[in-house]
Design a protein. Structure first.
Length: 300
């Protein structure tokens, strides 16, 4: 049954809409010369110092609209610039010119956007496309491969992002702490739900015929070490690696692994905050023991 009536219906959610107008120019324009006049109305990117013509284009994002949001416009500006293969310095300068930010504020905006891409399927896909445009240049200089990290807020987004990365990346990475797992995982504690949630997500990909057995997979992070036995016992052989500091950070906190399941808790301290930590002899012994038990759990 066709239930669609209008885009204005209550059950229709508008995610994004593009409206384009093509207007022919009678003469070439050097945007740089009039940029100061336009910057209060438009966020401008591209064509720096060049005349706008059929061979040179610029993006002018209108600010003077009823629902204009300066923060969202800054995010969109950064993504536009990345897609145009602009350098970090060029993006920083553009943020300072268009939005009257100082250099530290512009740097923070770029870092915040990178963090905001977590669980953002669209931002992740756009970021990967921007990277992909430079991948061949990198490969000509370094022996490297591209890892595509899956992101999304629900099953549909995660599945589509997974399929996108499966076609384009050399390796697929799946995070341990999606908010989605809190709805699909089982257990009284969020660590349990993260643990079982990723297991279920991977199992759902397999059961729905989406899982790519020809691609290596990497598991990002760990809530509970016992999670990984699940993949070994089910012979999901193309999960080839995982990364976690759990056995080491646990040892620093004096927590000893159980040989069968590891821990039922997780220290909140990040390894990045412990780079200068001076280990005691007892801690080093516990690091060796915990890592040995971790290998035992995953049958290695």
């Amino acid at each position: 049954m066709n239930g669609f009536t209008s885009i204005y219906s209550a059950n229709v959610e508008m995610n994004r809409m593009n409206y384009s107008v093509a207007y022919p120019l009678k003469k070439n324009i050097t945007i740089q010369n009039i940029k100061q006049c336009l910057s209060s109305i438009f966020a401008i990117s591209g064509a720096d110092g060049k005349k706008v013509s059929k061979d040179v284009s610029t993006v002018m994002r209108l600010k003077r609209v009823a629902n204009f949001n300066d923060m969202e416009s800054q995010d969109a500006y950064i993504m536009d610039m990345l897609n145009q293969r602009e350098t970090k310095e060029s993006i920083l300068n553009g943020l300072m010119e268009n939005y009257k930010l100082d250099k530290e504020q512009a740097k923070k905006k770029m870092i915040d956007l990178a963090e905001d891409v977590l669980e953002d399927m669209y931002g992740t896909v756009d970021s990967f496309k921007a990277f992909e445009s430079k991948k061949n240049d990198i490969k000509n200089t370094f022996l490297t491969k591209a890892i595509g990290a899956v992101q999304g807020k629900n099953w549909q987004e995660l599945r589509e992002c997974y399929k996108f990365m499966a076609e384009r990346a050399d390796m697929i990475a799946i995070s341990f702490d999606f908010s989605y797992y809190q709805h699909t995982g089982q257990g009284w504690h969020h660590l349990e739900r993260w643990c079982s949630g990723r297991q279920r997500f991977i199992e759902d990909l397999i059961n729905n015929g989406v899982w790519r057995w020809d691609k290596p997979h990497h598991l990002l992070g760990c809530s509970l070490a016992k999670e990984f036995r699940f993949y070994v016992d089910r012979n999901i052989y193309n999960i080839v690696s995982c990364d976690t500091s759990n056995p080491i950070v646990a040892a620093i906190h004096g927590l000893k692994y159980d040989a069968d399941y590891g821990l039922d808790t997780k220290p909140s301290t990040k390894l990045a905050d412990l780079i200068t930590h001076k280990f005691t002899e007892d801690q080093l012994e516990l690091v060796k023991y915990n890592t040995a038990m971790f290998k035992k759990i995953i049958r290695r």
